[in-house]
Design a protein around this ligand. Structure first.
Ligand code: SF4
Length: 224
């Protein structure tokens, strides 16, 4: 595809176009769960933990299956690790995650009266919980301005040339200074489906992409 002159990257215009572009695709898994009524910070954090290195569709099914049996710290603290494992057995690293979910639930019951506070420091103090999941739980379930930088947000914002970060954590820091706060939570909801269906890891669909006229396509060697 010949490269034509490119307009400056306009984030407001990009967000507007992304909102249109992702309408046809299934929602990002955590946002879907929230819309389905799984609205507590604990549920979103546990679902995010299940989703690590696991496809969205599988994670959604596993989270729904687990929450049908137990969806509070008290209920999950009571559950045997093997019973949790049997419910999330299609997620990657499911046994480790089952132990982490049970530990998280038990510690909340023992030390926080069974409640997960809306605190980044508390969330990231639990095994298996990193900045990505803490920020997603805080942004989606606590209403805090937080950027959940997963692999899609990291890849796509770097391809745009909007940030330059070697890792998702470095991209998160760069986005915190560049991205207007009003988009901090929404960017993940937009870029997960966009990254799965348009700006895919290999051979992104640049020729039909609504952002083609403003995207630097950094690092993109082959595209459709
Ligand atoms: S133009 Fe290509 S690289 Fe840029 S956002 Fe669209 S699909 Fe991704």
């Amino acid at each position: 595809m010949p490269r034509t002159s490119r307009r400056a990257f306009d984030i407001d215009l990009a967000i507007e176009r992304l909102r249109q572009a992702v309408r046809a695709f299934p929602r990002a898994m955590l946002f879907q769960l929230y819309a389905d009524g799984f609205t507590s910070p604990f549920e979103i954090l546990v679902a995010c933990l299940i989703s690590v290195r696991t496809r969205d569709e599988t994670s959604l099914a596993m989270a729904r299956r687990l929450f049908a049996q137990a969806r509070t710290p008290a209920a999950l603290a009571e559950m045997d690790i093997n019973a949790i494992d049997a419910l999330i057995d299609r997620a990657g690293f499911h046994l480790i995650k089952s132990e982490q979910i049970n530990t998280l639930a038990r510690l909340l019951v023992e030390e926080n009266a069974g409640e997960l506070p809306c605190s980044f420091e508390v969330m990231t103090s639990f095994p298996g919980i990193g900045p990505k999941c803490a920020n997603l739980a805080l942004g989606i379930a606590c209403g805090q301005p937080r950027i959940g930088v997963d692999i899609h947000v990291h890849r796509i914002t770097n391809r745009w040339g909007y940030v330059s970060g070697r890792t998702p954590e470095l991209s998160m820091r760069a986005l915190e200074t560049t991205l207007p706060e009003r988009y901090w939570v929404e960017i993940n909801a937009l870029l997960v489906p966009f990254g799965k269906h348009v700006c895919t890891p290999t051979a992104p669909k640049c020729s039909t992409c609504p952002l083609l006229d403003m995207c630097a396509r950094r690092g993109v060697e082959t595209h459709r």
